[in-house]
Design a protein around this ligand. Structure first.
Ligand SMILES: Cc1cc2nc3c(=O)[nH]c(=O)nc-3n(C[C@H](O)[C@H](O)[C@H](O)COP(=O)(O)OP(=O)(O)OC[C@H]3O[C@@H](n4cnc5c(N)ncnc54)[C@H](O)[C@@H]3O)c2cc1C
Length: 401
């Protein structure tokens, strides 16, 4: 019994089937050649994204009425993310980032908003964005420069967002703006914004180190008129934006953690295979104890990270039923995110080292894995701020290891 899914007997059977579906999808459709090409061209894998949507892989734990996969546990999302990223990191991360932030609308949107906006995303017809970051407000979003001024039954939004994943490809997404600037974070609201609305301009950002097939852009809002119906959650969502954003990230940051596990597994598979094949001093390099030490440490880090990530994902099911203190949940998911992404830094670097000079060239792929991994320590809260989140829970006595 070494399959991690056996730790969750109530779901193990259905999750193994889901993993098989994801694995077969990847085997049929993924190739390193395609990944290298899209990485170079900085293009999104639209065709694969649509196919993944047809198979229900884009949002496994979302109910089928919104075109999700209908699984009753968030573990399903992690299983698919890990599997697709392990199969091909560039393609897997791009596909699983396509619906980024749509869970926020699922958690807090009105029924009408969810029915209208979620199905096209999960069918793979459009990507989705979540726009929080601004040029002057990255880690600290407690006061935003983007302002939504109320005029009767509509808002007029002015401002700019940067580093927004999927902004160049999405038809719509959610955006955090300051509705009452003097109230700082207590006066922020989330809006649904369409990218083709008058006054909305998108500028694609190019030249990223990695995850180059995931489009990222800036969003400019020039007096954009937004009727009140587009406030996430309707009237009751006004001034809830900051809190709902944090509540969403308590779940969402498990995404990059699961990606990190997939990336590590992919790099490890390559390194192990290479160590068994490469001959120096008349023998396979896996015979050298300094290589063995690396492989042993890599396997250990992967196992530890994976355990933490699955455990954090398991808690999501109770968290969304309000059975877990949000700050405790924040600490658990932050720990998983920081540990897994820091572990990936070490593991993928070791994989490059085991490949020697070949590891530095694109043909052997591990250099691309490292580039694709690196941002997971920066977005969804930098690892520094996630560590502080853990301490916040400790200081408030709501959680401890
Ligand atoms: C590829 C990519 C995709 C992204 N996608 C999105 C997206 O879809 N939506 C979105 O809204 N944003 C997105 N982001 C933005 C991302 O979330 C921010 O880059 C991140 O939150 C950090 O903000 P910053 O870049 O302004 O860095 P800063 O906040 O300026 O931080 C700089 C450094 O200071 C450290 N620091 C800051 N405050 C503290 C503190 N209190 N204590 C200790 N250290 C601190 C940080 O950890 C970091 O090391 C994306 C970024 C990238 C690179």
């Amino acid at each position: 019994m070494t399959d991690i899914l056996d730790l969750f007997p109530q779901y193990a059977e259905e999750l193994k089937l889901l993993r098989k579906t994801a694995r077969e999808f990847a085997q049929r459709n993924f190739s390193p050649e395609l990944a290298r090409e899209l990485d170079k061209k900085e293009e999104f894998p639209w065709d694969l994204y649509r196919k993944a949507g047809e198979l229900g892989l884009l949002a496994p734990s979302i109910p089928t009425e919104y075109n999700g996969g209908g699984f009753s546990t968030y573990l399903a999302d992690i299983v698919v993310t890990e599997e697709l990223v392990r199969a091909e990191p560039t393609l897997g991360t791009a596909i699983m980032s396509g619906p980024f932030s749509s869970h926020l609308l699922y958690f807090f949107g009105t029924e009408e908003q969810k029915k209208k906006y979620l199905p096209p995303v999960y069918k793979g017809e459009t990507t989705f964005f979540g726009a929080y970051t601004e040029p002057e407000h990255g880690t600290d979003i407690t006061q935003l420069n983007t302002v939504a001024e109320r005029k009767g039954d509509k808002f007029i939004i002015r401002g700019m967002k940067t580093f927004i994943t999927n902004a160049p490809t999405a038809k719509y997404g959610v955006l955090l703006a300051q509705t009452e600037p003097e109230k700082r974070h207590r006066g922020q609201t989330l809006f649904i914004i369409h990218t083709d609305w008058p006054g909305v301009t998108i500028r694609k950002l190019t030249g990223k180190m990695g995850q180059r097939s995931i489009p990222v852009g800036e969003i400019y809002l020039d007096n954009v008129e937004v009727p009140i119906d587009y406030v996430v959650g309707g009237e009751k969502g006004i001034n809830q934006g900051f809190y709902w954003t944090l509540a969403y990230f308590n779940v969402s940051r498990i995404g990059p953690a699961a990606m990190a596990v997939g990336l590590m597994l992919s790099a490890f598979d390559k390194a192990l295979e290479y160590a068994k094949k490469r001959v120096q001093f008349g023998q396979q390099i896996i015979n050298f104890q300094l290589i063995q030490e690396k492989l042993g440490r890599m396997a250990m880090l992967i196992e530890a990270a994976r355990s933490l990530v699955y455990r954090a994902a398991y808690y999501v099911d109770d968290y969304i039923k309000f059975k877990i203190d949000p700050r405790a949940m924040a600490a658990i998911t932050s720990a998983a995110k920081v540990f897994a992404t820091d572990a990936a830094n070490q593991v993928i670097d070791d994989a490059i080292q085991i490949h020697g000079g070949y590891g530095y060239f694109e043909e052997f792929d591990v250099e691309r894995y490292w580039r694709d991994h690196r941002v997971t320590r920066i977005y969804e809260g930098t690892n520094e701020i996630n560590l502080l989140t853990i301490v916040d829970a400790l200081r408030r006595d709501v959680w401890k290891p």
